[in-house]
Ligand binder design. Structure first.
Ligand code: ATP
Ligand code: MG
Length: 681
């Protein structure tokens, strides 16, 4: 599609939607998309499921006692706790505060002590095809060595360590080694720039940085150490005393004597016995910066006892983990909270066997993930909607070439999953049988909060549905009143939960302002949501992204889902651009499915596509939601965790200079989009 054209001939089309002031005060999001398909659990799955309906009853009967029981059953305490929750310092919670424990002991040692040392903890697969099998006994030795090495480098309980690594076994080992000695880790995505790394090092005043020479991405070694060197040359990173470097790619690296040390020199030679540092439940476990989808990232602080409790509880019940027989795989990067809770802490606390993969899904071919599912007989698989949509774009003949029959449950996280992507995931990857758990949560919540329970909940494509047992979530209007079924508004969490953030690192006021000021006494997540007629929750995107068109408040998610339900479209991002007539106009950026990609190259073809999609949206959800402009683009701007950064697209739609793009996965994407639209980049 030619952009000039898309801009030129739109104006009068939507004249049927006048501005109506009476509607503009409407507080709630409109409920546009109607989804009626449901998938009740099979009797077979339900009979064997970890989660039973009684879990809801237990939690409802006595919420705090319910959590205390999870904490006792799923976590091993050095000193038992006597108090479950202290909320007197709200909004900073204290859970299980007088108990002591150690996270690494819980993730590793206790399994070895229970005689499970030979169980595989990690099947590692490097992008070039190298493999490594690590048992829990191996993990115990490796984590102990790394803990001894960090201690020898001067790291003490309470210190902060930045981890800037590819996806390697050593990355998980490094995190657990920090936890073992009571140091908080702060993992920074390996794809981030030296500047992003420096600001995070400075904010946490880290004593040590753990990195690698590089990692393999898209078929080539990609360097990491140079970014650390650059970050440490700048101002603000003076706290760093040592850089611990894993050798992975054998690329040449600059070396600062006295500061830099090789992992194989100091870790491999260290004593493989180490007594864990027992810490209080509220001892900091990690700091992690949010994805930065909506603005400047926030350094989210998590502590030990409550976080581990909810990590283990959710991993066991939402993924129905059977540690003796399942092979679990979460495709996230450890630089994202999903990698923390559902690669390192949740699965290892539960003694799971998991796959860890270093590289990208399309290297060396687009079936790499499915090849790994077949090879390791993966039974539980957890990924993000962005990856599912990419696989849809590549075509279903690719997964069809592999035996995926080992899969018995699929999960999704990171964004609302469009109903059509959900259906595709279930049919093509899940063989039309697997339950899908659409899990809503945030860096701030630490663990899953809203999700169907497999074996219990009849699932609905596109809806995360219900708060987990023990969690209180609701959708409220502008006055903080719960909306009735069928209404839309803001997602809030109304009771403290064990894995909740304990603050923004070094900035208590920002913590209060960001999450607790919009609705006093309620945690405001920043997401729009609706309740359907059954009371199930649907996530509708960020409230920052909600559009106001002629007085109607429309969600980006629903219009995007309508676009993705058309065969022409692989991915869509919708933004509201200011418009004199209607307040805001809907502007859609679409990526066409592979087989249609060429059609937009002629004027005629692009006009046809635009008309088809506009009519399609009108039919699916109504004329008010019809995009004013539809722009065909080759890519969409995404964060490293795969979320679309709509604020950058809004800048494009409103002809502004593009804002802060430092947490984009690929910084060239905005240039690509603007060049394609005939704008200077
Ligand atoms: P920032 O807060 O810096 O803008 P971010 O919110 O993208 O970054 P994360 O904590 O990684 O950082 O993402 C959490 C957000 O992801 C949620 O608030 C929600 O918008 C979205 N999300 C996660 N899972 C789901 C889901 N299953 N359905 C809908 N949205 C989801
Ligand atoms: Mg957020």
């Amino acid at each position: 599609m030619r952009p000039g054209e898309a801009r030129g001939r739109t104006e009068r089309d939507d004249a049927e939607e006048p501005v109506t002031d009476t509607q503009s005060s409407s507080p709630s999001l409109e409920n546009l998309l109607h989804e009626t398909r449901t998938f009740p659990p099979s009797g077979e799955f339900a009979a064997q499921a970890n989660a039973q309906p009684s879990l809801y009853e237990d939690a409802a009967a006595d919420r705090l006692e319910f959590w205390a029981r999870q904490a006792r059953d799923l976590v091993t305490w050095r000193t038992p706790f006597t108090e479950t929750l202290d909320w007197s310092g709200a909004p900073v919670a204290r859970w299980f505060a007088d108990g002591t424990l150690n996270a690494a002991y819980n993730a590793v040692d206790r399994h070895v002590e229970a005689g499970l040392g030979d169980r595989v903890a990690i099947h590692f697969e490097g992008e070039p095809g190298d493999t490594r099998t690590v048992t829990y006994a191996d993990m115990q030795r490796e984590v102990s060595r790394a803990a001894n090495a960090l201690a020898a480098l001067g790291v003490e309980s309470g210190d902060r360590v930045v981890i800037y690594m590819p996806m390697l076994v050593e990355s998980a080992v490094a995190m657990l080694a920090c936890a073992r000695i009571g140091a908080a880790h702060s993992v920074v995505f390996g794809g981030f720039s030296a500047d992003a790394l420096r600001s995070r090092i400075a904010d946490a005043e880290a004593k040590v940085v753990i990195t690698a020479d590089g990692g393999y991405r898209r078929g080539a070694p990609s360097p990491l150490k140079p970014a650390v060197d650059e970050a440490l040359r700048g101002e603000g990173a003076e706290s760093v005393e040592h850089v611990l470097v894993v050798r992975r790619t054998e690329q040449d690296v600059d070396w600062t004597e006295g500061r830099d040390v090789w992992w194989h020199d100091v870790v491999d030679t260290a004593d493989d016995v180490h007594e864990p540092t027992w810490v209080e439940a509220e001892h900091p476990l990690f700091i992690l910066y949010t994805s930065g989808t909506t603005g400047k990232p926030k350094g989210i602080l998590h502590t030990t006892g409550g976080y581990l409790t909810q990590a283990a509880y959710t991993h066991k019940n939402v993924f129905d983990l059977k540690p003796e027989s399942d092979v679990y795989w979460c495709s996230a990067d450890i630089g994202w909270v999903t990698g923390h809770t559902y690669i390192v802490y949740g699965p290892m606390l539960n003694g799971a066997t998991q796959v860890m993969y270093e590289g990208t899904p399309d290297t060396p071919h687009k079936g790499r993930w499915w090849e790994l599912v077949e090879k390791y007989k993966v039974s539980l698989f957890y990924t993000a909607p962005t990856a599912i949509r990419a696989c849809m774009k590549w075509g279903e003949e690719i997964p069809a070439g592999f035996d995926l029959s080992s899969l018995r449950l699929l999960g999704s996280v990171g964004e609302p999953i469009n109903p059509e992507a959900w259906m595709w995931y279930r049919r093509v990857i899940g063989g039309d049988t697997t339950p899908i758990v659409d899990t809503w949560w945030q860096t701030e919540t630490g663990a899953i909060m809203i999700s169907p329970l497999p074996g219990v909940t009849a699932t609905k494509p596109g809806s995360a549905q219900v708060p987990l047992p023990g969690i209180s979530a609701d959708v409220v209007d502008d006055e903080a009143k719960p909306v009735p079924d069928g209404g839309g508004g803001y997602l809030v969490l109304s009771e403290p939960w064990p894995s909740m953030l304990r603050g923004i690192w070094g900035d208590l006021q920002r913590f209060k302002d960001t999450y607790w000021s919009r609705f006093p006494g309620l945690y405001f997540a920043g997401d729009g949501a609706k309740k359907d007629e059954d009371g199930d929750i649907w996530l509708l995107g960020r409230v920052d992204d909600v559009m106001n068109v002629s007085g109607h408040r429309l969600s980006t998610t629903e219009i995007e889902s309508a676009l993705v339900s058309n065969d022409l479209v692989a991915e869509a991002a919708v933004v509201g651009a200011s418009d004199e007539m209607s307040g805001q106009a809907v502007v859609a950026f679409v990526i066409l499915r592979g087989e249609h990609a060429d059609e937009a190259s002629t004027d005629e073809g692009s006009a046809r596509i635009e008309k088809t999609l506009r009519d399609h949206v009108a039919k699916e959800i109504g004329p008010i939601a019809k995009p004013r402009r539809i722009l065909v683009v080759p890519e969409l701007p995404k964060t490293r965790s795969g979320k679309i950064m709509r604020r950058l697209l809004r800048d494009v739609a409103e002809n502004r200079e593009v804002g802060d793009a430092t947490t984009l996965a690929d910084s060239s994407v905005m240039n690509l989009i603007q060049a394609g639209l005939g704008k200077p980049s």
